[in-house]
Design a binder for this molecule. Structure first.
Ligand SMILES: Cc1ncc(COP(=O)(O)O)c(C=O)c1O
Length: 379
């Protein structure tokens, strides 16, 4: 057994795919702290106030003795923020995704899933036993083709997408996906993990499409700078999850400290979040414009491309070894930008995930652009 572990690790190493834990070092261009909330001194103070009288743990599932007033207060606030009837919190987004999909899908369901969906969505589908149809990333033609192929089936149908893709940073064509869903009798669930906080509660809300989704999943751990996650949906669906979502039922409730901190973060968001979100998107747009010009000028033939319509930009390099080398060079120059490799992305689509934050100064962004300039045009 030990040998097979060693062998698998050696294979990864040999293909430049080995993962290792690295402490943060240098300017943060890789975390999901888009609005700078995780390190915000004002928010930290609010959090301390909010949590000072709370118990440290909930000591049981919500269905046993783990339910607390603070969870009801938080869920009411999250429902208001998401503009939905109800919200149900989970300790993590991973848990919410497997909790949602394994509850609403079964062997009689067909799920249409974007090929770049997050691992937690893929695992939730696997757990449910539903029939899976993968459509090409953000391709309405591919999705429609799959829907047409199942048009005569009476199975329960669900389309699942991310609003803002976690690695490539591009946005799903949500309006068109929802129209297709309506035409072919499918429901839609949207994972808003990376959009939450940057675009209000998420992109479905920003586009006024949230009421046309069966549910949306939101993160308290990314732009909101705390932890935890919630599903926004109607009251009946929340009751359904409380009864049928095994990751909700058979797991200890989140710590009340997390709930208190998330309430503090929402208060803070109502003060500064919208402006910071807009500023972050402006900075990301400017940065992407300059970087794509650099790539366009020199090295498209080198297989580079840049995608991303929000705070996450993905510089696709292609080769894992090259992505690792570039990430190392950036690190030595004081920038923390990580290489994204298989199996997180397809084998030939390795790249650098650059996340732009509101608190990146213009001079820091300029310095990083200078380094990219030398990297993409080495001569
Ligand atoms: C799109 C998406 N959904 C869900 C998750 C899981 O969220 P969490 O980190 O809270 O478990 C992530 C994590 O990065 C994600 O990118």
């Amino acid at each position: 057994m030990q040998n097979s572990f060693l062998q698998k690790l050696a294979e990864r190493h040999q293909k430049s795919l080995l993962r290792e834990l690295m402490l943060p070092q240098g300017e943060d261009f890789c975390s999901n702290d888009y609005l700078g909330f995780a390190q915000d001194a004002v928010l930290q103070k609010r959090v301390q106030e909010r949590i000072k009288d709370l118990p440290s743990g909930s000591a049981g599932s919500r269905l046993l003795r783990g339910h607390q007033d603070i969870f009801m207060e938080l869920e009411a606030e999250l429902a208001r923020f998401s503009e939905r009837e109800s919200a149900l919190i989970f300790s993590t987004g991973y848990q919410a995704n497997i909790g949602l999909l394994s509850a609403i899908l079964d062997r009689n369901s067909i799920v249409f899933s974007d090929e770049l969906n997050h691992a937690s969505l893929i695992d939730g589908i696997r757990l449910s036993g539903a029939h899976k149809r993968i459509f090409s990333h953000n391709s309405l033609a591919s999705l429609e083709e799959q829907l047409i192929a199942e048009e005569t089936s009476t199975a329960h149908k669900l389309i699942i997408v991310e609003s803002l893709y976690s690695m490539t940073g591009d946005r799903a064509p949500l309006k068109e996906i929802i129209s297709l869903a309506q035409r072919y009798g499918a429901e839609v669930v949207v994972d808003e993990a990376h959009a939450t906080g940057v675009y209000g509660a998420g992109l479905t809300q920003k586009l006024d499409l949230h009421h046309q989704c069966l549910a949306t999943i939101h993160s308290g751990a990314k732009a909101l700078g705390v932890a935890g996650s919630w599903i926004a949906c109607d009251r009946v669906l929340k009751d359904f999850f409380i009864n049928f979502s095994r990751p909700f039922i058979y797991s200890t409730a989140p710590s009340p400290l997390v709930a208190g901190a998330l309430l503090a973060s929402l208060e803070h968001w109502h003060n500064v979040g919208r402006d910071r979100g807009e500023l972050c998107l402006d900075k990301a747009r400017n940065f992407a414009d300059i970087l794509s010009e650099m790539i366009g000028e020199g090295l498209e033939e080198g297989g580079l491309s840049l995608v991303g319509d929000g705070p996450i930009l993905y510089l696709q390099v292609g080769d894992s070894a090259k992505a690792l080398t570039w990430s190392g060079e950036l690190r030595s120059s004081g920038f923390d930008i990580r290489a994204i490799r298989y199996p997180t992305v397809a084998e030939d689509q390795a790249g650098l995930r650059i996340s732009i934050h509101t608190n990146h100064s213009d001079s820091t962004l300029d310095r990083l652009l200078q380094i990219f300039k030398n990297m993409v045009r080495p001569c």
